[in-house]
Write a protein of this length. Structure first.
Length: 522
């Protein structure tokens, strides 16, 4: 009887494996070939091994608990399949990653029940760590960490007695400038150190508050140690030159951060064990496996034939849902219909009373932004006042590409957003209006006024989440995900009020939108 049950279990596992591979093969191929090799996320290669170990560590407890199939698994399976369509059509890979996790957990819950799920819950949640964050969230977090690390790094240099001045992510030491790049953002260390804290908390048998304290402490530790690394780079640069600061020290200092943080966390555990320590508190000591009565074999699983193979009914329902999802994705044509547009190299340099000169972006920035086409033109009006015009166009947002918002990019170069909000710009001729993002940017005494918006298939949008929703909807209904970022900036000249700069941008926007409409597909 047990052999029959094992054979049917292997058969069901094989069916699930085939269906899930067909659904998520391209997703995980992208994950392994594109996302994991990124230096901020190359720790992800180890996460599956960690998950397998955490499950193996609980094998005795799993054996002691009977499997009780539960319909509650649909609470994960159904939203997981919904996220599959959202991610596939909106071009958001994180939604697809999360979908695969929800579907896998839902299938497990359907078959083994809540009690077994609780035993391996820590391993299941650890599996989420192998999925890189969405690009727009990762970019925002990276910029935030770079700014924080730069601020603390400059403060540490001041304590050392060195003169240092910061503009965004650039630290001016007088004799040279240090660029706090993505490698020094802290993101490269935040997640690995957070995972290390979670693993230590897993093996630390103590009160919940102690384990939470241990995990949360990795966040400030990461920021502090990374800021110390930046400060040491400046000090070594001063005394030993660029070769020493950017060579062996720069690479080796990353390992030192891990070692130092591990020592601090172990010391933290030593301190916590001396605060209200309980009798069962221990570290790296495996608890004795409780002897629990094994449940009897579910009678629905006994017997032979097709009826026995299809039991429990949760297997049939889950399989049907997966087959339907796979069938629809293969039968219905969701290929994008990329519209034909005019190349932005033809965008006029004379618009109304504005005359401009075309600027060009370095290839490394074009590759980083993943855009399809762009234009940058510096226009001047009859009185010589400047407006910088920038458009970045994306033919598709379903291949991992996404528009980079100025809210994350511009602060990285030292600009601080003030009085950010929305502005309504009346358009000439049609009598209509468009709503745009508006902000005053400040840096080193300079002030600029910026308008920016997203032009998405005939819509003018101001919110990234709103754009994600319409990307999904238009991909489903129109097979299109093309969109563009439009940004106009003007300096706020001396003796000029914000109202003067605002009137200039309003006039420029009224003049440029009708021309821009000829280059962006409706």
């Amino acid at each position: 009887m047990l052999n029959n049950i094992r054979t049917r279990t292997v058969g069901k596992f094989a069916i699930y494996a085939v269906l899930l591979t067909a659904l998520y093969y391209s997703v995980y191929l992208w994950l392994i070939q594109k996302d994991w090799p990124r230096e901020d996320y190359n720790y992800c290669y180890l996460i599956p091994l960690v998950v397998l170990y955490l499950i193996w560590e609980k094998k005795e407890a799993l054996k002691a608990i009977p499997a009780v199939p539960s319909w509650c698994g649909l609470l994960f399976l159904v939203p997981g399949l919904a996220l599959y369509w959202l991610g596939d059509l909106a071009g958001e890979f994180y939604s697809l990653y999360l979908s695969s996790w929800l579907v896998a957990v839902g299938i497990l819950w359907l078959h083994i029940g809540w009690q077994k799920i609780k035993v391996i819950a820590s391993a299941l949640f650890m599996a989420l760590a192998m999925f890189p964050l969405p690009h727009f969230l990762s970019n925002k977090l990276t910029f935030g960490l770079k700014l924080t690390s730069s601020q603390l790094g400059v403060a540490l240099l001041h304590l050392y007695g060195m003169s240092a001045y910061r503009e965004g992510n650039v630290i001016d030491l007088g004799f040279t400038k240090l660029q706090v790049v993505d490698a020094c953002s802290g993101l490269r260390y935040l997640f690995p150190l957070l995972i290390m804290g979670i693993l230590l908390a897993f093996f630390y048998r103590a009160a919940l508050w102690k384990r939470i304290t241990l995990v949360l402490s990795t966040i400030p530790l990461t920021i502090i140690t990374n800021s110390l690394r930046i400060a040491l780079t400046g000090i070594i640069y001063k005394h030993f030159g660029a070769a020493a600061a950017e060579g062996f020290f720069h690479g080796f200092s990353g390992w030192r951060i891990f070692m130092f943080t591990l020592v601090v966390l172990l010391a933290e555990i030593w301190v916590l064990r001396r605060i209200a320590s309980g009798p069962s508190e221990s570290f790296f000591a495996r608890p004795e496996t409780a002897q629990r009565a094994r449940g009897q074999i579910d009678t629905r699983l006994t017997g032979t034939g097709l009826k026995a193979f299809l039991a429990p009914p949760q297997f049939v329902v889950a399989s049907v849902l997966l087959v339907l999802t796979l069938g629809i994705s293969m039968v219905v044509d969701f290929r994008e219909k990329i519209p034909i547009t005019k190349p932005f190299s033809q965008f006029p340099q004379v618009v109304g009373t504005w005359e401009g000169s075309r600027q060009h972006m370095e290839q490394k920035f074009i590759a980083e932004l993943d855009l399809s086409d762009y234009t940058i033109i510096d226009y001047k009006n009859a009185t010589g006042l400047l407006v910088d015009f920038y458009v970045a166009y994306y033919e598709s947002q379903r291949k991992g590409e996404s528009i980079h918002s100025p809210e994350t990019c511009l602060p990285g170069s030292g600009w601080v957003f003030r009085q950010a909000g929305l502005a309504v710009v009346p358009l000439a001729g049609s009598g209509g209006t468009i709503t745009v993002n508006r902000a005053i940017m400040e840096k080193s005494g300079q002030r600029q006024l910026v308008f920016f918006w997203f032009s998405a298939r005939g819509r003018v949008l101001t919110n990234a989440w709103e754009m994600k929703f319409y990307t999904f909807w238009d991909s489903l209904t129109r097979h299109r995900t093309d969109a563009a970022l439009v940004r106009v900036i003007t300096p706020m000249y001396p003796q000029e009020t914000a109202e003067d700069a605002d009137a200039r941008l309003q006039q420029f926007t009224r003049d440029i939108v009708p021309v821009l409409d000829e280059y962006l597909p409706k």
